[in-house]
Design a protein around this ligand. Structure first.
Ligand code: SF4
Length: 470
């Protein structure tokens, strides 16, 4: 464990994140206020620069230099610990900085690597172009959460109930969603609905008539005349049927996702996906046959037992399918998840047998190799990066990146990631965000995660939204 004693807690979170980036496997404890044994600084007041961000940046720069010297490591994102590095570049572009000025700023302020600076610039320009006709002030997007899945994947951190055990409450759940849609219909009159995203869970666990019921209700109650994109995450191939695809096509769904995560059957079995590569290929081809011309695929880097060669293989198999959009995630293993337990057991087993496992250094190198395979594979398919975000505990301190063909980028993905437009979220475990204009204040309210509580407390969930948007 690494213990860091700080004289006050203003920047505790940033300090913790930066140490964690250098020492991902260590437990980091930042202890505020206990300065008794720091002889030189006890009792001294810290003098802040007028802008607290300047002080924070200076502090992070110094810590970064110190840790970099100590460990001999450079981090791809330098001392940036936030999850939206491209947002910084977007803001700098808005302030009128040139690309070269931004390059210098990112290097000198945050020590970001050249590769990540170029990636951020490319994405920020692309995002600005894609969002150029989005109404930030008077528009909104809609998210509808369907928290059911065929089975629960071992790495899952979402609200996902196995459909087999919950099938008997799906219709009542849809009734609750309809109540929430009624609220939106009454309270967002005159606003522009830009995008609709039905996610989860796996929305295609709904039966065809249930999918039709939900989509019809949205069409009946809301003004969809300006909607630019209607996505239904079809995620798990074992939930996709021709009949469901036909319903979605008929109801105007413009974008779906069919997610492999890996194109290796052994890996899919290990992570509890409970579907095969063949099922994935069949589902993808079925969707093409039914006329879907914007299909996203998700893959995960850093899955147990996989390295660059496995990612290269997955990319070569995906290339044969030629998706329009590809999202590359780096695995973030949540403590306490089933997958974390399995990995711990494997580690203990290997140690007992005297096997040497990858150290942190090796893992960072392997992750960098996998990311390179994925980005080169995407490039060969004609897909360009259009959004990225980082998350806590992410393998090797890297990021998740969305790639897409021109004209096929998921607009909702950018809106939610950059937090530039209000998103009204319906369903169990969803979070609604009110954004007060580009770069403005953001307020949130959430719906409870537990599906039964959500249904019991549906009026309270609506009240929360009413209050947020009053
Ligand atoms: S398909 Fe996605 S939401 Fe469903 S269990 Fe797997 S990871 Fe979780």
């Amino acid at each position: 464990m690494i213990k860091i004693i700080i004289s006050e807690d203003k920047f505790a979170y940033d300090i913790h994140s930066l140490f964690k980036a250098f020492f991902p496997k260590e437990e980091i404890k930042v202890i505020p206020g206990d300065t008794n044994f720091i002889e030189d600084s006890a009792g001294e007041d810290i003098v802040y620069n007028i802008d607290v961000n300047v002080t924070k940046n200076e502090l992070k720069r110094n810590i970064y230099k110190l840790l970099s010297k100590e460990t001999g490591k450079e981090l791809p994102w330098g001392n940036l610990t936030g999850i939206r590095p491209t947002r910084i570049v977007m803001n700098l572009l808005d302030e009128g900085m040139t690309d070269d000025e931004i390059r210098t700023y990112m290097k000198e302020t945050y020590f970001v690597s050249d590769e990540k600076i170029e990636l951020s610039l490319l994405i920020a320009h692309r995002e600005k172009e894609i969002l150029s006709d989005i109404d930030y002030e008077n528009g909104y997007s809609l998210y509808i959460g369907i928290p059911f899945c065929p089975t629960r994947c071992l790495y899952c951190s979402f609200t996902a109930y196995p459909i087999g055990a919950y099938a008997n409450i799906v219709d009542d759940y849809l009734t609750c969603l309809e109540k929430e849609i009624d609220y939106v219909s009454e309270n967002f009159k005159g606003k522009t609905l830009d995008t609709i995203y039905i996610g989860g869970g796996t929305p295609t666990t709904l039966e065809p008539h249930q999918l039709k019921r939900l989509l019809s209700y949205v069409y009946d109650k809301l003004d969809v005349s300006k909607v630019k994109e209607l996505t239904v995450e079809s995620g798990r191939p074992d939930s996709i049927t021709r009949e469901k695809l036909k319903v979605m096509k008929e109801m105007g769904v413009t974008r779906i996702s069919v997610n492999p995560q890996s194109m290796k059957d052994e890996t899919l079995e290990l992570i509890g996906r409970r579907h095969t590569v063949k099922e994935l290929v069949d589902a993808f081809n079925l969707a093409r046959e039914e006329g879907f011309d914007n299909i996203n695929m998700d893959i995960i880097l850093g899955l147990p037992g996989e390295d660059e060669r496995d990612v290269a293989y997955t990319m070569s198999e995906i290339k044969k399918l030629d998706p329009d959009d590809l999202t590359v995630h780096s695995l973030a293993i949540k403590r306490g998840s089933k997958l974390a337990e399995i990995l711990m057991e494997r580690k203990a087993d290997a140690e007992k047998k005297g096997n040497i496992l990858h150290g942190e250094e090796d893992e960072a190198v392997i992750m960098a190799g996998m990311m390179k395979e994925a980005s080169e594979g995407a490039k060969q398919m004609g897909l360009l990066p259009y959004y990225l975000y980082r998350q806590k505990n992410i393998s090797g301190n890297y990021e998740n990146t969305g790639y897409a063909r021109k004209g096929k980028a998921g607009i909702y993905n950018i809106l939610i990631n950059e937090e530039v437009q209000s998103i009204v979220a319906l369903g169990a475990g969803t979070v609604t965000k009110r954004v007060y204009g580009f770069g403005g204040l953001i307020e949130r309210c959430d719906n409870v995660k537990d599906i039964k509580l959500y249904m019991e407390q549906i009026d309270e969930m609506i009240e929360r939204k009413k209050k947020l948007f009053s």
